[in-house]
Design a protein around this ligand. Sequence first.
Ligand code: SAM
Length: 302
Amino acid sequence: MNSEVSAAQSYQRTMWRTARETAGFLWLALDPRRNQPQRIYDLLSAHNNLGERSVYLNLGYWKRARDYDGACQDMAELLGERAGLGALDRVLDAGCGFGEQDAYWMRRFSPVKISAVNIAESQLAMARGRNGHPHIEYVHGSATALPFASGAYDKVLALESAFHFQTREDFFKEAFRVLRPGGTLALADVVPITVGTVGGRLRQRLVEYLGRGIWQTPNANLYGRDEYVRKLERAGFADVDVEDISEHVFQPFKAYAQRRVHDAEVRERVHPWLRAVYAAPHQGFRRTEYLIITAQKPAALG
Ligand SMILES: C[S@@+](CC[C@H](N)C(=O)[O-])C[C@H]1O[C@@H](n2cnc3c(N)ncnc32)[C@H](O)[C@@H]1O
């Protein structure tokens, strides 16, 4: 009898959660402001992801990895390598999610400290519990108004978060300010392919519009890689390097997600609309590329 009651209660809780998330997704999809990324991450919480052992929230780097957790960690490894992380570094992580990559970077590269910034307090609360470390500080704040002194960091990293920032260009200016001369900015970012993709079928454009709402991507961030490089240079950065890793991200992520949504555990916890998006046969990322970008703050200014 008791187990029947608790099964009924748990069913009711799941239904309420699904209804609340449905209303939240609709609200975000249709909200034209696109300036509240914390709302989507509060909604997703820790249960709406594909991880088996981790709570990473990126698309993963699938060159070797066979599952989502491994692919996300490999993405963190790739970005850490490209940033040249090392034991003497003071690191700022902008858009830290649940802090999975911060704990990984600490284990792997042993930097002096990591300041991990996030606009979503709900994620920070979990990050502190799950990925707490004496040399990692989790800080509530925005990547576009960093609560840190000028020149305080050797490396600034943003792992699949800069497309959210209001605006990404304001973040470039802030990253430049908090880096010491000679410091490095490294980003893993999703960027529109602008050449030859103007227009598109109405259905595709509608899906993209709603997707940008749900992911709270400001229109001001919708530019391609050339403009990306120009904006970095305008912020003062030099030696900008762009690496296209799309082939190791989008298609393998999609193939994995299509299988993973059928696992009973995912069916239970992930919202049905997200599962439908993961399971859909279309690629969904046709007009975007996945880039690893590094840029240097010149050692001697002027
Ligand atoms: C796609 S998630 C990536 C999380 C993490 N880097 C990972 O790979 O698991 C994007 C993250 O950026 C954060 N974010 C979005 N806008 C932000 C802002 N303006 N300032 C700081 N963090 C922000 C979100 O709250 C979320 O944690």
